[in-house]
Each structure stands twice: as structure tokens, then as C-alpha cells.
Design a protein around this ligand. Structure first.
Ligand code: ASP
Ligand code: MG
Length: 421
């Protein structure tokens, strides 16, 4: 069987949904499970809605209207028959947000985020499944929350693999092949049946979870880029497609922040030896990138950029050495405030890290660290990682930049940089 994953960009409008149906039409003779993200920028919009509602700002209502309008327009373009049940199904999903926001918030932000933002995936999967139906493709909508079981770490939930595999084995194999199964990426549920999310851009991970539990032959992530490139075209003009990539290089690239695939996606596939294809939903003649067990090394230097970085330097108040005890305490504080360390460096009397700027979490982190250490920080930095670097590639990214912190080993060079003033 195969698993296809369609991200938000592939279903950003009615034409995108029609294109999904065309792609699925070509593969309809094999057992297929489709994992979809929210349409276009819906997740960002629902995130803004959640923030505004949580802070009791009036914009919450206009964001909500915008989300409904956006989906209504797509529905109107796809379904001529206005009595099709999809119109009610979508309206009913949005009513769930209505119920939440008409009362004052009582729950934590992370919990509310998951209950509200997950509606994006529920709506898009309903629309896509219904559209496959009217296109003559036998399909069935599946609620991922009945299969992806997680803990209650809202917004970044951890998957209970045993329970998840059990649920998937119990019913999905019998459905596969009879119709095309359509489910949501990114979402799961707790043992009390509360909706959770797996972390931003987590739909790839969902595809890998289903693929792993079903021993899929192939997972395909359909993207708006031709495959895995050696740099994000957002930052570089001349990018190159990497036709074949080892699991190890793929893990390393995503670990350092290549956004083409969610970092948690590779491990479950590697464990089962499942090949992952990353290819264009625009140009179906291109094969894109194949990620599999191979000894091929990365053919070109690859660049990963992360903007909006903060350097946080932690120094013991009494000039004592940074020792193991301090490290475990410091790592725990970062985990508690949900900040992921992108780069770290330690010396005898200081420990420095670079993290993504997230105002709320950083303020609370620094407050806690300051009880025990002196803390300094510096904003508006960029982190560049070059895998298979050389002198030219380093020089290329340092044009008009100065280096704040640099680390390198045989394969990888990481530099925290800022524009020269
Ligand atoms: N819709 C979610 C997000 O944008 C999940 C995903 O796209 O993978 O983060
Ligand atoms: Mg997305």
C-alpha cells in the first residue's frame, strides 16, 4: 500500500483540490491512504484566532469569519449541488469553534490551540474526501483521532506507538483497497478523547506513523517544490535538486531545520525501511527526491537557514565552572518552557544556545534561569548550517555578515550570524 501526503500549499484553493483528484486518479488501482493538512494558510489563521480569543481581543471574530469565508468559497467552486452534505459537515465543524469562543477562556492556551486549530485539518479532509467522491473515486473519510493516540502534551503531543499501532491494525487493513482512505495530518487524541496536535507542520509525521504501522511500500509527500533542494529557494536563487538522499542525510538536514520534511518523519520510515518520495504536485513528470537506505552521500553542499534566532548565554553567578549538574538543570528548564535548542556551545564559565524567538516562552525561561544564573541575550540573529561545507560555501553565506558563534565538525558547519552594521 502507499501513503500520500498533501500539505496546505497543495490544497490552497479549489484548483488545488481538483489537482489532488487528478493525482489520486492515476494511483487509484492500488491501496492508498491520503493524509491532508489544513488548506493554504488556515493553520496560521486559526492560530491568530486562538491567540485573539485567549487574550479576549475582538479580532477573534473577524479571523473566524475569514476562515469560514475562505472555505465557503472553495466549497462553492467545487460543488455545484448546494444540497451536497459537505456544506453541513463543514458548517458543523466550524460550529465547534463557535461554541468555544462564545464563552470566556477557562483552559490553557495550548489546550485551546489544539481544539481550535485542529478544525482546519478536519474541514480540509472532509472537503477533499467529498470531492474525490463526486469525481467518481470511491473514498472514505477517516478520523485520525481514532488512530493516533497521544499523551496530553497539547501543541506538541507525543505518540503512544503501541496503542496507535493496535488501533490502526484493528481496522485500517480491512478498509484499504476497497476505497481511498482520506484522513487528517497533524492531529491525534488523548486517552480522554481530547484533540491534540503533533507540532507545527506535523502532517508529514502522521503520514509516517500510518505508513510504519501499515508497512507501506512507499510514502509520497507532494510539494510545491520539485523535491529536496540543497537550499530553500526563499533564501537562495540557484538551488539544486538532490535526486537521492540517505535516511541519515535526511535526518541531519531536517534536524538542522530544513523545512521540506518534518524532522520526526524519517525515523519511523527508516526503522521499517520504507522509501519516502518528495515530489512536485505541479509537475507530475518529475520524480523528485527519493529518500531510502543508500550509501550515496550528499552530492552538493546543503544550506539551512533559520532566521529570528536569539542567542542566550548562561553564566554562573559566582564564576564557578559549568558542570554536569548545571547542564541537566538548564536542559530541563528549556524543555519545561518548550524551547528547542538549535545550536549550543559551552566554555568553562558559560553556556550559550541559539533558539527560535518566541517571546512568551523566552521571557518565562529567562525569568526562571535568572534565579540561579546570570543570563544575557541577543536578538535578530540568523543561524546557517552547511552540510558538506567547504571554504567557498562558508564565504558565500558570510557576505555582509559577521559571525557571533561558529561550530564545525567533518560534515557540518553551523554559524550564528548577524548583518554587518
Ligand atoms: N496544518 C499544520 C501546520 O500548518 C500541519 C501541517 O501542515 O503539516 O502546521
Ligand atoms: Mg502546513
Amino acid at each position: 500500500m502507499q501513503v500520500y501526503k498533501f500539505g496546505g500549499a497543495s490544497v490552497k484553493d479549489a484548483e488545488g483540490v481538483r489537482n489532488v483528484a487528478r493525482i489520486v486518479e492515476q494511483s487509484k488501482d492500488q491501496p492508498l491512504l491520503i493524509v491532508v493538512s489544513a488548506m493554504g494558510k488556515t493553520t496560521n489563521l486559526l492560530e491568530k484566532l486562538t491567540k485573539a480569543y485567549f487574550n479576549q481581543e475582538p479580532e477573534a471574530v473577524s479571523y473566524f469569519e475569514e476562515a469560514k469565508r475562505f472555505h465557503e468559497e472553495i466549497l462553492n467552486q467545487l460543488f455545484e449541488d448546494t444540497s451536497h452534505p459537505i456544506f453541513d459537515q463543514v458548517a458543523n465543524l466550524f460550529v465547534e469553534i463557535d461554541w468555544i469562543i462564545e464563552e470566556e477562556p477557562q483552559d490553557t492556551y495550548d489546550y485551546l490551540f489544539d481544539q481550535i486549530v485542529s478544525i482546519g485539518e478536519l474541514v480540509s479532509s472532509r472537503i477533499i474526501e467529498a470531492y474525490l467522491g463526486i469525481s467518481g473515486l470511491p473514498s472514505q473519510w477517516i478520523d485520525a483521532r481514532n488512530y493516533i493516540h497521544t499523551d496530553n502534551n497539547f501543541r506538541e503531543a507525543n505518540v503512544n506507538w503501541e496503542k496507535t499501532a493496535e488501533s490502526i491494525h484493528a481496522s485500517i487493513p480491512a478498509l484499504l483497497g476497497k476505497s481511498i482512505l482520506v484522513t487528517q495530518g497533524f492531529i491525534g487524541s488523548t486517552s480522554e478523547n481530547f484533540t491534540t496536535t503533533l507540532g507545527r507542520e506535523g502532517s508529514d509525521y502522521t503520514a509516517a506513523i500510518f505508513a510504519s504501522c501499515l508497512n507501506a511500500d512507499l510514502v509520497t509527500i507532494w510539494k510545491d517544490v520539485p523535491g529536496v533542494l540543497n537550499a530553500d529557494p526563499k533564501w537562495f536563487d540557484a538551488t539544486e535538486l538532490i535526486p537521492e538522499l540517505s535516511y541519515l542525510d535526511a535526518i541531519e538536514l531536517t534536524y538542522y531545520g530544513a523545512t521540506v520534511i518534518h524532522p520526526k518523519t524519517i525515523k519511523p520510515l527508516q526503522n521499517k525501511g520504507i522509501t519516502l518520495a518528495v515530489r512536485s504536485f505541479v509537475d507530475l513528470n518529475q520524480h523528485g527526491t527519493i529518500i531510502k537506505k543508500t550509501n550515496t552521500t550528499l552530492p552538493v553542499s546543503s544550506f539551512i537557514f533559520k532566521v529570528n534566532q536569539v542567542l542566550i548565554s548562561i553564566l554562573p553567578k559566582d564564576f564557578s565552572f559549568i558542570v554536569e549538574d548545571n547542564f541537566s538543570h538548564i536542559f530541563n528548564v528549556f524543555a519545561k518552557h518548550k524551547l528547542k535548542i538549535n545550536m549550543m556551545h559551552n566554555s568553562a564559565v558559560s553556556f550559550s544556545v541559539s533558539v527560535d524567538y518566541d517571546e512568551k516562552n523566552i521571557v518565562s525561561l529567562i525569568k526562571e534561569l535568572k534565579q540561579q544564573y546570570d543570563v544575557e541575550f541577543k536578538r535578530d540573529l540568523e543561524l546557517v548550517t552547511i552540510r558538506h561545507y567547504n571554504a567557498q560555501t562558508i564565504a558565500r553565506v558570510l557576505i555582509n555578515k559577521e559571525v557571533i558563534m561558529q561550530l564545525q565538525d567533518n560534515y557540518t558547519c553551523q554559524m550564528l550570524i548577524q548583518p554587518v552594521k
